[in-house]
Design a protein around this ligand. Structure first.
Ligand SMILES: C[S@@+](CC[C@H](N)C(=O)[O-])C[C@H]1O[C@@H](n2cnc3c(N)ncnc32)[C@H](O)[C@@H]1O
Length: 262
């Protein structure tokens, strides 16, 4: 472990980046402690650039984890967020939400993505950061989820991805380090086709987050060095994979669509 002042400098150096000006203003230790994978604020900020979010909108943050993205979206855009997650309990998220002073704007909820209890047409937008690939690759899922959007509502995700050229392959240099579940990482072209073919949405955007792999690498290197014991080994392994891959096949996909009408 580094000394507290060196640690702060290291966090600032790794966490503040001109591509994410909004995220850079959030407490560095808070970001670090509450992440469950790649930096959620970076993913949320880069997705938010592609969405129209206005004060008072009702937003579902599906698979919100520790609700840091729900807090970010509510604070930055004045939206009302339902922070829904399976693994993290709502009372844990409630503490974080209340500490952020957003108890009137963010409602934590325990939810399973296939068994949502909302009224059809309730949300103006549904977002999912580093979570949709756990449940959204099923051909039938999009049609189920968009029932909860109003006509003209937005669906936006940012997820770990393969480049389009690498779709469906195992990176040669990762033969031994490739888990079967990484096959849920898909490229922008795959996601576009996956959603478009349903006829349930109008596609607005599908790309790889610019320099996504570099940001991911920077984050894993930091977590390998300074993260909790639980994450260090895994992060070191990811940092190694990402460095070797150098953006040839790994990154993040940003995908945005709208329901018809509205
Ligand atoms: C890697 S974590 C990311 C959490 C958060 N979005 C972030 O970026 O920090 C993936 C999240 O997806 C959620 N998740 C996975 N499967 C789910 C499901 N079937 N229904 C609801 N949430 C799910 C988990 O509970 C977990 O918190």
């Amino acid at each position: 472990m580094t000394s507290p002042s060196n640690r702060h400098a290291l966090l600032a150096d790794k966490l503040v980046h001109p591509q994410f000006p909004r995220a850079g203003s959030y407490d560095l230790e808070w970001q670090f402690q509450n992440a469950m994978g790649p930096n959620p604020l970076w993913l949320a900020e880069s997705l938010s650039e592609l969405l129209e979010l206005t004060p008072g909108m009702r937003v579902l943050d599906l698979g919100c984890g520790r609700a840091v993205t729900s807090i970010f979206l509510s604070r930055e855009f004045g939206v009302q967020v339902v922070a829904a997650d399976l693994w993290v309990q709502p009372h844990e998220n409630w503490t974080r939400v209340a500490e952020a002073g957003l108890d009137a704007q963010v409602m934590p909820l325990h939810a399973e993505a296939h068994d949502l209890k909302f009224a059809h047409g309730y949300f103006d937008a549904i977002v999912s950061l580093d979570a949709y690939h756990y449940f959204g690759t099923d051909d039938l899922y999009l049609g189920y989820l968009v029932q909860f959007l109003r006509p003209g509502g937005q669906l936006g995700i940012c997820v770990p991805a393969r480049t389009d050229a690498a779709e469906g392959t195992v990176p040669l240099h990762m033969d031994d380090a490739w888990d079967w579940d990484y096959h849920s990482f898909h490229g922008p072209r795959w996601w576009r086709r996956h959603w478009e073919k349903t006829g349930k949405v109008r596609m607005e955007h599908a790309d790889l987050l610019p320099d996504g792999w570099r940001h991911w690498l920077r984050w894993e290197q930091l977590t390998a060095l300074e993260g909790s014991a639980e994450w260090r080994k895994e992060s070191a392994a990811w940092a190694e994979k990402l460095e070797e891959d150098a953006g040839q096949s790994l990154g993040f996909a940003r995908v945005v669509a709208r329901t018809p009408g509205g």
